[in-house]
Design a binder for this molecule. Structure first.
Ligand code: ADP
Length: 800
């Protein structure tokens, strides 16, 4: 029983085990993530596990109606058929996984990874067993990754990724190109590989920001190449997160901005240079500034050489950050004056007028160019690696060069820089031209200034608004200022307020009559004698004769008025003393002459009583001389009266014609040499001092006789001209040259005879005549030429 019992037990156990294993299998099939499909050898589906629905949307029942090939993507079908053929032929073999696209029930394509085992010969199964797994997501991820990798690889921008510890994890072709390290060399290295030592701190800041999840956008900095040179870059860095969102590294895009930086710097330099050049007129300093500005942005070394007057070339400006090199350069310059005929460098540019461009300067070139060991040493020390030399040209002539150099292979010039260097040079030339013009103008102005400041006359220049824009020292002193500055700082009205202005008669001088104002009001020229009395000290008066003239532009518009002030204080004072003396002397003379006259009369009576004819004849001569003396004295007294404003004129109506007639007749009696011709004229009534007008006529007639010793007649004319009475006295004597016409009416003026022949007189008759006539509102003038006789004429207003 036990055995029997055992048997069923054994059977029962295996049955249980079988059931169990079937359960497992079912569970496995039903709950498997993958779908299991069994097909017959001809491909017909005989079983599909429930998970088929999750994979391609069909229920197992629905799927049974299809076979796999129907749902496969046409492009993958061939591969599918081959797979199936191989599978069917190799019993017991499991095929390696294949990928294919199946159409999902919803119409979309899903990527399926499938494997299969040929169990056709397995008696318990007898089918082909397929395993389908949906890998659509994975496929997409892979595709995107490929795409991204392709983009990264082919990008012109440098793309580098690194861990948060700074270890480089990827390095694209652009990075290889920019930094010079291959991906093999760079990946695994620390990012400081490409960061200049002085900027290592920067990396810490960047990493800190990344840890905080921040992005860094367009951060401009400098990176180091494998060859030791630097490169300007713009960085954009973003944190890289893992699936959980934890930051595990950084992806960095770097863009080489050297070219852009260069263009920007060139532009900035140009505008800076232009401003400096425009503002400075001292070109020595200007050139030094330009050279300094060019370093380090456009050059590591910048020099300006000019051709001097004597044809030598002189380095007038040079800049390099190392002062020692500058000093050394100057020393070498002094040792070896560049030869104008040399075929290299600066002299060559000056001679040919063409820009020299050396994108790459080799040591061999330096050796060829250097004229001495010292120079070669200097050139090596400077280490010029790239260089542009442009001519400075003014009006077609090259007068210097500007040299831009990069040193120690740090940078190299490109063709575009040549055009830029030429632009800079043209600006520099413009500034030099400006500076030269300014210097010339300044020198001329300074010379003029020295002259003007040293002339004794005061010079004041007014603008159209009556403001003083220039004055010299003399002008300041003549107008009572301590300095020109003080004068310029005082307003025009205040200047006038400092003084009491008086005219020659001591009356207030009307401001509207100031010469500069008259010219501003349109007169061509104006002149006046003005006394400046310091309001406080009423005693001392400064006298000046002030002449104003306009300065006009090409269109005739008034620009300035120039006033020249000539100090006549001393002259006037001397004249005043003279007048005082004359007045005093004539008064003193008058008394003895009057008593002489009196005694002469007494004597005459006595001689007549005695019948002493000879004595009487002498006495007559004496009386004539006494009369002359009396006339002279009364003329001198007249002058004094005129000066002091004490000349009193009668106002009576009289007939001018009969006055002329009377005087002509009287004078005719005194002369035997001349015939005084006068034609009787109609009466002509004038108002004034008959005696004084008579005095004028006597003067004109006696002059006519006196100054025509060779002639025998004098013609006198009286006429009427509109509302004036005209009297003219014409002689045929020595005449008067035109240049004296104005002067003969001045006080004490006598024309000196070229033959030395002198005529007696004091030069006061015509002065008195003109004063008397002008005080009658009339005019007196002369028409004459030397040797041709003279006609003196006067006009007096006729009463209405
Ligand atoms: P004077 O006493 O010297 O004649 P006037 O004032 O009368 O003084 O004349 C001034 C000057 O004018 C004279 O010195 C003389 O040179 C010149 N003059 C005056 N009248 C005549 C004339 N009719 N012909 C030439 N010269 C004359």
């Amino acid at each position: 029983m036990a055995i029997q019992a055992k048997k069923p037990n054994k059977q029962a156990t295996s049955l249980v085990a079988l059931r169990k294993s079937q359960g497992w299998l079912r569970a496995l099939l039903e709950h498997s993530y993958d779908a299991i499909v069994l097909t017959s050898a001809d491909g017909k589906t005989i079983y599909a596990s429930p998970s088929i629905q999750r994979v391609i949307g069909y229920t197992p029942e629905e799927y049974l109606a299809h076979n796999g090939a129907e749902l496969m993507h046409p492009d993958d079908l061939e591969d599918g058929i081959t797979f199936f053929r191989h599978l069917r032929e190799q019993s017991g073999v499991t095929m390696p996984p294949h990928h294919t696209r199946f159409r999902h029930k919803n119409g979309s394509w899903r990527w399926i990874e499938y494997t299969a085992t040929n169990l056709l010969t397995d008696p318990t199964i007898g089918a082909l067993v397929f395993n389908f797994r949906d890998i659509t997501e994975r496929k997409h991820a892979e595709e995107t990754q490929h795409l991204l990798a392709a983009i990264v690889a082919s990008s012109d921008d440098v793309i580098v990724s690194k861990t948060l510890n700074g270890i480089i994890t990827s390095w694209n072709a652009a990075a290889e190109k920019l930094f010079g390290y291959t991906a093999e060399e760079a990946v695994g290295q620390h990012i400081t590989l490409i960061i200049p030592p002085e900027l290592h701190q920067e990396e810490e800041v960047i990493i800190q920001k990344l840890r905080n999840g921040e992005r860094i956008d367009h951060y401009e900095t400098v990176r180091l190449r494998k060859d030791g040179t630097t490169v300007a870059v713009s960085l954009s860095i973003s944190p890289v997160r893992d699936k959980e969102g934890k930051i595990i590294g950084a992806a960095k895009i770097a863009r080489d901005i050297t070219e852009r930086k260069r263009a920007e710097e060139q532009q900035a330099f140009l505008s800076e240079v232009s401003t400096i050049l425009a503002s400075s007129l001292d070109y020595q300093t200007t050139l030094s500034t330009v050279a300094r500005l060019a370093v380090p942005r456009l050059a590591d070394w910048c020099a300006i050489d000019l051709v001097e007057h004597d044809g030598t070339i002189e380095q007038v400006a040079v800049f390099h950050p190392d002062q020692e090199i500058i000093a050394w350069s100057k020393q070498v310059q002094q040792l070896h004056q560049p030869e104008i005929n040399a075929t290299v460098g600066v002299p060559e540019v000056i001679r040919t007028g063409k820009t020299l461009f050396f994108p790459m300067v080799t040591d061999a070139m330096l050796v060829a160019a250097a004229k001495s060991k010292e120079e070669l040493a200097l050139m090596r020390k400077i280490g010029v690696s790239s260089c542009i030399m442009v001519p400075l040209r003014l009006q077609g002539k090259v007068f210097g060069t500007m040299t831009f150099s990069f040193t120690h292979a740090s940078r190299h010039y490109i063709r575009a820089d040549v055009a830029f260097a030429e632009t800079v040079a043209s600006r520099v030339v413009l500034a030099i031209e400006n500076a030269q013009l300014y210097r010339q103008a300044k020198e001329a102005r300074e010379q003029l200034e020295v002259i003007l400041q040293n002339v004794a006359d005061g010079i004041i220049v007014y603008n159209q608004h009556r403001q003083i824009i220039y004055a010299n020292e003399a002008a300041a002193h003549l107008t009572g200022f301590s300095s020109v500055q003080a004068m310029l700082e005082t307003l025009p009205n205040r200047i006038l307020a400092q003084f009491e202005l008086i005219d020659e008669q001591g009356h207030p001088f009307p401001l509207s009559q100031l010469p500069h104002r008259r010219v501003l009001d349109g007169e061509q020229e104006a002149q006046a004698i003005i006394g400046y009395r310091k309001s406080s000290t009423t005693q001392s008066i400064h006298w000046s004769i002030s002449k104003a003239r306009p300065v006009l532009d090409e269109q005739g518009k008034l620009l300035f008025v120039i006033t020249i002030i000539h100090d006549i204080t001393e002259r006037l004072q001397a004249e005043q003393r003279k007048d005082e003396f004359i007045s005093m002397a004539s008064h003193e003379l008058k008394t003895p002459v009057t008593s002489l006259k009196g005694f002469a009369h007494v004597l005459e009576r006595r001689l007549r009583a005695r019948g002493d004819e000879q004595g009487l004849a002498y006495l007559a001569k004496m009386d004539r001389q006494l009369n002359k003396l009396t006339n002279l004295i009364s003329e001198l007294l007249d002058i004094s009266r005129m000066q002091t404003g004490k000349l009193v004129l009668q106002q009576e109506a009289f007939d001018l014609s009969s006055l002329v007639q009377e005087i002509v007749e009287n004078l005719q009696l005194t002369t035997q040499t001349h015939q005084l011709c006068f034609k009787d004229t109609e009466p002509m009534l004038v108002v004034g001092d008959r005696e004084r007008i008579g005095q004028v006529l006597i003067n004109l007639l006696t002059n006519a006789i006196k100054y025509s010793p060779q002639a025998d007649k004098v013609i006198v004319h009286v006429a009427k001209d509109q509302n004036h009475a005209l009297v003219s006295v014409q002689d045929f004597g020595i005449g008067i040259a035109k240049e004296y016409h104005q002067h003969i009416f001045e006080r004490f003026y006598q024309v000196t005879d070229p033959d030395g022949q002198t005529y007696p007189g004091l030069g006061i008759g015509l002065y008195i005549a003109s004063e008397i006539i002008s005080r009658h509102g009339g005019r007196i003038w002369v028409e004459s030429a030397e040797g041709k006789g003279s006609t003196f004429a006067l006009s007096l207003p006729l009463p209405e």
